[in-house]
Write a protein that binds this ligand. Structure first.
Ligand code: COA
Length: 331
């Protein structure tokens, strides 16, 4: 049975840097508060006219180049986002078109901050089943156009950023290489802890002027509840993945956690008893780019020479839903 290897990584972030200082112009917040509570120093926001599909295209071409492949070599696209360019159709088909290819399936996946880990699990199943050999997996997010930049929305607005990350996944028969296992979870009892009520197909019309005036189209979050669950679920699912493969935390060479909050990553690292150099953190520069954090962090780690052939790499995510999961792979 073939296994799934990551043969190329890439990312794209908008060139517009938004510092904490800039946010103080829009809302009552401070650089000290944001850095102390989240570790975030700056994030990127798109300029008018940039789409998720275009960011995804740029990240994808970077990953394809890294893999030594062309768009025409792909058998399928899996795209994860919670901020699609349009309500319909999904961003996946726009990406396919932007890449100049036709016919191959474009699968849109909604698992919020766990989107990349969920997507990797879906792609891995296709590859192991022998259905596809080369799959493009993308996490892309434009958060900036959907944030409440008034003081009312400050708890969320300071956290999120825009960006795209991509990975080329290829079937490999190479002994010992590739995805060892994937572990996905969800608990819908917490669906409204981090959510956006509108626009909603439950309502006719899907959005009203009143709902907008009340800001009910903006995401809302119980930050403490998210924090509490993230710091227990992430270590738990990493341990689950390790146990499934007869491995321990000491075997991990690199942990790439979803970048939700530096304090969350730090707590996860301590609970797993991992040294700092084994955990990738770049939230300081990009904020939380949701489905894009893991592929961006992975691509940067590869660029920085932090991943070597044979390394045991663990990707772990937690997010709205709640959804969470981990992937263990041999580089
Ligand atoms: N700037 C300044 N003050 C802010 C603020 C901001 N951006 N956002 C909230 N505050 C205020 C609150 O209003 C509150 O004021 P009060 O005490 O007068 O009521 C105070 O700061 C403390 O708020 P609290 O929510 O208790 O802070 P916290 O220590 O829990 O930190 C988060 C808030 C959001 C940073 C933290 O809960 C968190 O990171 N949670 C996880 C969020 C996350 O990762 N979401 C994405 C999941 S994938």
């Amino acid at each position: 049975m073939p296994r799934t290897a990551i043969t190329g990584t890439g990312f794209y972030v908008p060139d517009r840097v938004v510092t904490n200082e800039e946010l103080t112009r829009y809302m009552d917040t401070s650089d000290e508060w944001i850095v102390e509570r989240t570790g975030i120093q700056e994030r990127r926001w798109v300029r008018e006219g940039m789409s998720g599909a275009e960011m995804a295209r740029r990240a994808s071409l970077d990953a394809l180049q890294d893999a030594g492949m062309e768009p025409g070599d792909l058998d399928a696209i899996v795209l994860a986002t919670l901020s699609p360019d349009h309500f319909l159709p999904g961003t996946g088909v726009f990406l396919q078109r932007e890449l100049g290819i036709t016919d191959i399936p474009a699968i849109d996946l909604r698992a919020q901050c766990s989107g990349f880990v969920y997507g990797l699990s879906v792609a891995d199943a296709f590859i192991r089943a022998g259905q596809y050999r080369n799959i493009l997996l993308v996490g892309v997010e434009i958060q900036s156009t959907g944030l409440d930049l008034s003081t009312r929305g400050r708890d969320i607005a300071v956290l999120f950023g825009d960006g795209a990350g991509a990975a080329v996944l290829s079937a490999t028969e190479e002994e010992g290489r590739g995805v060892l296992s994937t572990h996905l979870h969800a608990d819908g009892r917490h669906a409204e802890v981090l959510w956006a009520e509108f626009s909603s197909s439950k309502h006719h019309p899907r959005i009203t002027a009143e709902a907008m005036a009340e800001g009910r189209h903006y995401p809302t979050m119980d930050g403490r509840e998210v924090f509490r669950n993230a710091v227990s679920r992430m270590p738990e699912v990493v341990e689950e993945a390790l146990a499934a493969n007869g491995l321990t935390t000491a075997d991990i060479d690199l942990l790439v956690p979803h970048q939700a909050n530096l304090r969350i990553s730090e707590m996860v690292r301590r609970r797993l008893d991992l040294p700092e150099e084994k955990v990738v953190n770049n939230i300081q520069r990009y904020g939380n780019t949701t489905a894009a954090t893991i592929p961006i962090a992975l691509a940067e780690a590869v660029d920085d020479g932090r991943v070597h052939p044979g390394d045991l790499v663990c990707l772990v995510a937690f997010g709205s839903g709640f959804t969470w999961g981990a992937v263990l792979l041999r580089w």
